[in-house]
Design a protein around this ligand. Structure first.
Ligand code: UDX
Length: 454
């Protein structure tokens, strides 16, 4: 089929390139000329594992990028809306969704066959039917359900795994205003194997996306609340506690041969210094606000947010328990990206941690395998921050090391400390290092007394 994708960000470009890889003809549209030129020269404007080779394979064959929205829509059967929904601190801002809907509508005036418009951006329930659909009707002068259809097809793409998540999905949610919209959308997903397909109305599709992310975020904040209690109980380590919980066969089923399956879902039931990224913090807050507007207080989700806002400061508390005065304390912060495998720093717990350390006068070294401190504007402005070029460099000549992001490279810390014959206090915000493998260790969910290995 021929598809247009409006908004060439992380979701839009991945969607376009992956649909092209499934044999469809895809055109990505964006207003940013520089971005389009980059894509057309086969360079993704952001880092996403596996995307560049696919882009190289399909560019100028069954995938192209353009700034000409009208032409893209006229030559397509389906148009996806994948523009951003920025968060204003309380709710999502629909101005890009509305603007692109108006443009799509005016392009539809010149389309003389049935066309399907599908919202893929994460939007609160009712947005597709009550905001996008009326704009499309008004600007096209045509009738939804007759001349064109409207669908909602949420994405479940993890940054860093987006190509695999798209190509080999766990579910496909087909939202539509009517059967015809759903049928056309579903036909696009032939070729995705025997994956579960859920056919629902648009509001349900919108709600599924928010509920999925809210559940995962809830699991993380729940694990962190338990961790904070464990750290107040002498001799109790949250890693053992949650490890025991994970052995519930409803979480990790036992196969007939006695082996356990450990679904990746279970790793959201691990404690740490908080979740970040462009989705969880924003989606949970947006759902709380959506509930508020409908007179439904989302008390659990309110707490999911507040536990998460406080969680990075557990790292600061652990440090303060050992070094009460941060003035001129030399501290390394390991990891700026909100999670491994991405250069995305949005809502990363590293940011409030570095800001707090800087405010309290610490001398900070920062190291991340991909992100440089100077590329992040909020860090650039702070005093007393230096960029370490290597992990080894980051470990040298500091009093304490705060491990924030679960980058695999950080597993080498014990070995490097041994080699360098140094013993800074290691505060493990991801509980990824064996607590007896370094000379001085503190971790989230472990009592405040540092573990001194023998
Ligand atoms: C998430 C959802 O997983 C995805 O389905 C949705 O479409 C977009 O939002 P993403 O934000 O890329 O994707 O990342 P994810 O890998 O889920 O991580 C989100 C947060 O959870 C991160 O802060 C990460 O550190 C944390 N996390 C992730 C865990 O604590 N444990 C994990 O096992 C994975």
């Amino acid at each position: 089929m021929k598809i247009a994708i409006t908004g060439a960000g992380f979701v839009g470009l991945t969607t376009g390139v992956c649909f092209a890889d499934k044999g469809h003809q895809a055109i990505c549209v964006d207003i940013n000329e520089g971005k389009i030129a980059k894509i057309n020269s086969a360079v993704p404007p952001f880092f996403e594992k596996g995307l560049e080779p696919l882009l190289k394979k399909h560019i100028n064959k069954n995938f192209t990028a353009t700034t000409n929205l009208k032409e893209a829509i006229k030559s397509s059967d389906i148009t996806f809306i994948t523009v951003g929904t920025p968060f204003d601190g309380k709710q999502i801002d629909l101005s890009y969704v509305k603007a692109v809907s108006r443009e799509i509508g005016s392009a539809l005036k010149e389309v003389d066959k049935y066309h399907l418009v599908v919202v893929k951006s994460t939007v609160v329930p009712g947005t597709t039917d009550d905001v996008v659909l009326p704009i499309l009707e008004e600007t096209s002068g045509k009738k939804a359900g007759v001349d064109f259809g409207v669908g909602m097809n949420p994405e479940f793409l993890r940054e860093g795994e987006a190509v695999d998540d798209f190509s080999d999905p766990d579910r496909i949610v087909i939202g539509g205003m009517d059967d015809k919209s759903r049928e056309v959308l579903e036909s696009l997903y032939q070729g995705f194997g025997s994956v579960d397909i859920l056919r629902v109305n648009n509001k349900t599709a919108e709600m599924i996306k928010y509920t999925s992310n809210s559940l995962l975020a809830t699991m993380i904040s729940f694990s962190n609340e338990i961790a904070n209690l464990c750290s107040s109980i002498d001799g109790v380590d949250v890693v053992d506690v949650l490890g025991g919980v994970h052995l519930d066969k409803r979480l990790t089923p036992i196969m007939p041969n006695g082996e356990r399956i450990r679904p990746s879902f279970v790793s959201y039931l691990e404690s740490g210094c908080g979740f970040g990224g462009s989705c969880f913090p924003k989606d949970v807050k947006a759902l709380v606000n959506f509930g508020e507007k409908r007179g439904v207080r989302m008390e659990i989700l309110e707490k999911v947010v507040s536990v998460n806002v406080n969680q990075p400061f557990q790292m600061i508390n652990l440090l303060a328990g050992h070094f009460p005065d941060f003035k001129n304390l030399k501290v390394s912060v390991l990891g700026i990206a909100f999670k491994p495998g991405t250069d995305d720093v949005r809502e990363s717990p590293a940011l409030p941690i570095v800001e707090e350390l800087a405010a309290k006068g610490a001398a900070i070294k920062v190291f991340d395998p991909i992100v440089r401190a100077e590329s992040e504007s909020s860090l650039k402005e702070l005093n007393n921050i230096t960029q370490a070029e290597t992990l080894e460099d980051a470990l040298k000549d500091v009093d304490a090391v705060l491990l924030i992001t679960r980058w695999q490279e950080f597993e080498k810390i014990p070995e490097l400390l041994k080699k360098l014959k140094i013993s800074p206090l290691v505060i493990d915000g991801r509980r990824m290092i064996n607590k007896t493998a370094v000379p001085k260790y503190l971790g989230i969910g472990l009592s405040q007394d540092p573990v001194f290995s023998k």
